[in-house]
Design a protein around this ligand. Sequence first.
Ligand code: GRF
Length: 205
Amino acid sequence: MRPLRVAIFASGTGSNARSLIEKAQTLRGALEISFVLSDKATAPVLKKAEELGVRTYLVEKKLDRQNHEQAILNILREHRIDWILLAGYMRLLSGAFLRQFALWHGDASQVVNIHPSLLPAYPGAEAIERAYQDQVSHTGVTVHFVDEGMDTGKIIHQEALSLSPEASLADWKEMIHHLEHRMYSNFLESLSLGQQKTFYFEENQ
Ligand code: GRF
């Protein structure tokens, strides 16, 4: 069996992308991060990935959404990608994009996201800031399949964190990001161990 081929999509800092790449390097060839794709030229994730020896693609949205997504699908097909992991990718994927990607994999959904809250609470941007403002007694992290909505796909795994009201927003962010890195690395490992059913890219595409 060839290694699983994973693509990471990210628009920002890339701390999750880095931790996924580092984890993949420990998985002894069972899985490879084939590339990191960003829609933002200034995203620090691009430099991080290059420093770690991972190929990068910048696909900016210059025309309409359909053209943008088609350019991305072409790269995914060229690399025979099995799974897409979103890590701070600040764009929704269309139903047409998700259906095409699923069609290459026995109609299975193999696009996953990580989100810094206990969904369905605090979907969308600035989830940590909003939970902090509300001074919730606990929050957490969710790994979920991606659908067309904003953080609405089927939940794969959640972990909660109790946070002290005395802690600062910076403390909250640090603890939540730390938990994200652990949970997403564990998810990657579960892929490499075959604990998540995978439909490999169908070669006749
Ligand atoms: C993370 O909090 C992730 O859960 C969310 O976007 C943030 C990306 O952070 N989807 P980073 O770029 O991985 O540091």
